[in-house]
Design a protein around this ligand. Sequence first.
Ligand code: HEM
Ligand SMILES: *[C@@H]1O[C@H](CO)[C@@H](O)[C@H](O)[C@H]1NC(C)=O
Length: 337
Amino acid sequence: MGFLKLTISSLIALVLISCSIAEGFPGSGFGYYSGLTPEFYQYSCPQANEIIMSVLENAIAEDSRMAASLLRLHFHDCFVLGCDASVLLDDSSTIVSEKNSGPNKNSLRGFEVIDEIKAKLEQVCPHTVSCADILALAARDSTVLSGGPHWEVPLGRRDSRVASLSKSNTNIPAPNSTIQALITQFKRQGLGLEDLVALSGGHTIGVARCVTFRQRLYNQNGNNQPDVTLERNYYNDLKTVCPQNGGDNNISPLDLSTPVRFDNRYFKLLLWGKGLLNSDEVLVTGDVKQTADLVRRYAEDGSLFFFQFAKSMVRMGNISPLVGANGEVRKDCRKIN
Ligand code: HEM
Ligand SMILES: *[C@@H]1O[C@H](CO)[C@@H](O)[C@H](O)[C@H]1NC(C)=O
């Protein structure tokens, strides 16, 4: 009986340990065991990196914004059920697609590029490279091709058989978020203030639609007044792009001075009152000293930003991956096998 008790309790301990391994420890930074490893496809698909890079080079040469769109796609994947390519699933009889959520609809781009990568990989190493890993590698390569840092991407994620429209609506922060809301939503994913500030630096490339920043121009606090933290000339320019009524889909760069270059200019702009989204500017103006200090440090030191961005991208990429026998490797990123 005593023996049986011992066996049962060690079994429970084992299950607990393997569960936490499978989920990873997103808050704990470099060098911990997430179940993922950069060498995952070393023997099964050594050409994977090269294939992804060559598709991206062409796609970004054709459309410079594509780098930004692919970086964002990985973020929107990881914040909903973990980095499991749930964001790529189309509507079907069993799937309610995340593509129709508030943050994603008429906004997420790059699905065709992921399809092209997947098709090429299926020819060379069929049924091997997961869509979730393609998203992680495409985000890294898009950063590199835009002039940003390089990092080793831990690999071995598997693809989900489910999606969550509701989590896509609740987990992805809104552009009018307060600093407290941003901190809370990142914390829920196991990410800290350093991750929040560094990863917001992803807004050094790409654009946003008028609907995402209109509130700041015309009615920031429900009093029909603009956001007083907006620099005056920038505010006037934004009003011509984004009228009070109409023009919802008019776009403006998130980093107005170097919109397709991955650099630390985004942080300098925040210090000058020239951040596009409320969620950008509140990193400095939102009464949280740590985030404001981090913005100042990254504005001063581009290589510190690059170092922390790479570190935080690995952390974000480690959010609840499906590993081992969980999930599947999709043949078509848009549908379950
Ligand atoms: C901190 C909370 C965040 C909020 C509130 C936020 C919000 C937004 C919004 C509203 C847009 C414009 C979408 C549109 O108008 O269609 C956008 C674009 C973008 N976001 Fe974020 N974002 C956040 C964090 C991140 C993170 C962590 C990354 C990646 C590391 C990222 C990367 C991007 C990129 C690259 C674009 C431009 C996409 C394109 O041009 O296609 N964002 N974000
Ligand atoms: C953000 O915008 C949404 C939708 O327009 C609105 O319901 C919400 O109250 C806004 N939040 C803040 C903090 O202004």
